[in-house]
Design a protein around this ligand. Structure first.
Ligand code: CP
Length: 319
């Protein structure tokens, strides 16, 4: 049987729809090795020594920015953070000029978060360094999708046929939902969505997703529940009732959780609006993998930087 080499060398990571299942697998296998480095007393290897990575964030972030910074540092790279609120962006510099300015400083990868959908795709068109999309508006957040796959695998759930995946809440504004729907349907899982109808996009059925009016139907028998953050910063007024009503009708609480399989895994990309989309107790319950997602985010981002910048490890797959 013929073998095909899978490599992400020099590849921009813009979304999960455009990566193959074999490329997901390469990242996940590499992240497992990277996690071993994270567990060492001395969390430092020279794999990216002499390489420079710039984190360019036009939007707030705790998890993604910090974990990309740690990931680069654990691999020996020089990492610089640009917070656009204190950069020349405030003087009116356009995205193209900012990207070209950074490129002139001989960086090897730009990790970019931007509020506008397509900003990372545009950056990849104008820039020579690798572009890793750390979230562009409501479009995509590929490293979040990969860390969710990795976390679920650690929890004994290899996403694919036979798994019921429920996604709850603000799908319309969620790049995490779009990313996970792309990956989970590609992997053959049974994906169900529920939330306030104004926050459910019309095209989901075409993507092979089952849409429910009531969250209970989506949760019933679920192996995985992905609770989405209500994106208060992107919302127009009137997309859902009051916070109290939202929690009552759509929030994941311990009573609703009982409808899922007993070994359900609860995901949330963070930051959580506790008491709104997720109750305080469910956020801390034993089925919640939320802090595992954060830890695995570092390993996944180490893998992405290593594989794209260095051409890192490759795996061979049967054609
Ligand atoms: N999940 C996520 O993207 O979190 P941050 O906004 O804190 O990076």
């Amino acid at each position: 049987m013929a073998k095909a080499v899978v490599s992400l060398a020099g590849k921009d990571i813009l979304d999960l729809a455009s990566l193959s299942v074999e490329e997901y697998e390469l990242v996940l296998q590499t992240a497992a090795e990277m996690k071993k480095i994270m567990k060492r007393d001395i969390k430092k290897v020279p794999s990216l020594r002499g390489k420079s990575i710039i984190n360019l964030f036009y939007e707030a972030s705790t998890r993604t920015r910090t974990s990309f910074e740690l990931a680069g540092k654990y691999l020996g790279a020089d990492v610089v953070n640009i917070n656009t609120s204190s950069s020349s962006v405030t003087k009116g510099e356009c995205l193209r000029d900012t990207i070209l300015t950074i490129q002139s400083m001989a960086c090897d990868a730009i990790v970019m978060r931007h509020p506008i959908e397509g900003a990372a795709v545009y950056a990849a068109q104008v820039a020579k360094p690798v572009i890793i999309n750390a979230g562009d508006g409501a479009h995509a957040h590929p490293s979040q999708g990969l860390l969710d796959l990795f976390t679920l695998r650690e929890h004994g759930k290899k996403v694919g046929k036979g798994l019921k995946m429920a996604i709850l809440g603000d799908v319309l504004y969620s790049r995490v939902a779009r990313t996970n729907i792309a990956a989970w349907t590609k992997l053959g899982a049974d994906v169900h969505v529920a939330g306030p109808m104004p926050l459910i996009p019309h095209d989901l059925k075409e993507l092979g997703v089952t849409v429910h009016k009531r969250v209970e139907e989506a949760i019933e028998g679920a192996d995985v529940i992905d609770v989405l953050r209500i994106q208060l910063e992107r919302q127009e007024k009137g997309m859902f009732p009051t916070a109290r009503e939202y929690a009552r009708i759509f929030g994941l609480n311990s009573n609703r959780l009982k409808l899922a399989k007993p070994d359900v895994t609860v995901l949330h990309p963070g930051p959580m609006n506790r008491g709104l989309e997720i109750s305080w107790d469910v956020g801390y319950c034993e089925q919640a993998a939320i802090r595992d997602e954060v830890q695995n985010g570092v390993a996944i981002r180490m893998a992405l930087l290593f594989l794209t910048v260095m051409g890192g490890k490759t795996i061979e797959n049967a054609d």
